[in-house]
Design a protein around this ligand. Structure first.
Ligand SMILES: NC(=O)c1ccc[n+]([C@@H]2O[C@H](COP(=O)([O-])OP(=O)(O)OC[C@H]3O[C@@H](n4cnc5c(N)ncnc54)[C@H](OP(=O)(O)O)[C@@H]3O)[C@@H](O)[C@H]2O)c1
Length: 285
């Protein structure tokens, strides 16, 4: 296990190829690991060398940090304090209920300075609270989903922050910054939509396999094609509402139109999705 050898005065800005960008991670959980994988791959795609980016990991999570060490040369530290000494930029990946204990530990050991920049991956904990806990460090909130390691995701950010964009930008297709915290909080539900859509695909897959008896691989291919087509249409017509694109396909009298009518009614599936979003949003607030 490595311990910190870096001075806390070293910069975390990517000003040149020397010294490397150092990103500390407090809480190497499932989501943090996915984001680091995406970041390492994104940086490689941008032509940056492996030694241009260093991950400095907190203790615990042996399996994940060994994997990150093996894949990307990540350095494991003996304590959270050592991580803060190694890196001024820190990704905080602990669960919301674990944040306060982490903050107390760092406060008691005076591990954070005003030069530290924390990017916190946690739903439901307001920025003001985080700033109090992690003072005097600067704090921003970020969120993405587990699919981030596939390199196609968005990262949401509150508030806008150029350093976070610079550091985490290579990990994702786009960064969407919010200037309103309630909107940022609600945007996290978009991450959940991803899983709901896959569960919905499963329901459709089950039907195609069991009722008309299409084979699993064929049904899967058909459904994936449909999702790709929908995405392609939305990308090709960014100024057209998706509902209008759907209506253009489901012209009156078609089977598509009949399905749209049933799914879109007052008791239809679309309304149910909105109700789920509304229920979860009220819990987040
Ligand atoms: N996973 C998802 O699907 C997902 C998707 C979207 C958003 N999120 C959000 O992302 C955040 C992280 O979730 P996650 O699923 O990645 O959680 P996770 O896998 O449980 O990761 C958190 C990790 O932090 C470690 N940890 C806790 N306290 C620590 C401390 N004081 N010092 C060092 N390490 C510490 C935990 O170690 P121990 O295991 O030893 O406790 C755990 O491995 C949450 O806010 C969650 O809501 C998660």
């Amino acid at each position: 296990m490595a311990s910190s050898t870096y001075s806390s005065t070293s910069t975390c800005h990517r000003e040149s190829r020397q010294p490397p960008t150092r990103l500390g991670v407090l809480g190497v959980g499932e989501l943090a690991e996915s984001l680091l994988v995406a970041l390492a791959r994104g940086c490689q795609r941008e032509g940056r060398y492996r030694h241009d980016l260093e991950f400095h990991l907190s203790p615990r999570n042996d399996v994940r940090s060994h994997r990150l060490g093996w894949r990307f040369g990540a350095i494991r530290h003996v304590s959270n304090v050592a991580v803060c000494e190694s890196s001024l930029c820190l990704l905080v990946g602990v669960r919301p209920q674990q944040l306060e204990a982490l903050a107390s530990e760092l406060r008691e050991s005076h591990a954070l300075s005003k030069d530290h920049h924390l990017m916190v991956l946690a739903a439901g904990v307001p920025l003001q609270q985080l700033q109090r806990w992690f003072a005097p460090a600067r704090v921003v909130r970020v969120m993405t989903g587990l699919a981030v390691c596939e390199g196609q995701s968005a990262l949401t950010l509150y508030p806008e922050d150029p350093l976070t964009r610079d550091l985490l930008g290579p990990a994702v297709r786009q960064i969407i910054a919010f200037d309103d915290e309630a909107a940022f909080e609600a945007s996290m539900l978009a991450v959940c939509v991803n899983a709901w859509q896959m569960a919905q695909q499963q329901a459709l897959l089950d039907w195609f396999q069991t009722v008309p008896g299409i084979t699993g691989p064929q049904a899967r291919q058909l459904l994936m094609t449909q999702m790709r087509d929908a995405l392609a249409l939305m990308e090709a017509h960014p100024d057209t509402p998706p509902g209008e694109l759907a209506s253009r396909i489901g012209t009156p009298g078609t089977w598509t139109a009949r399905g749209l009518e049933q799914l879109g009614g007052k008791e239809g599936a679309h309304r149910q999705w909105q109700q789920v979003l509304e229920g979860l949003r009220s819990e987040l607030n």
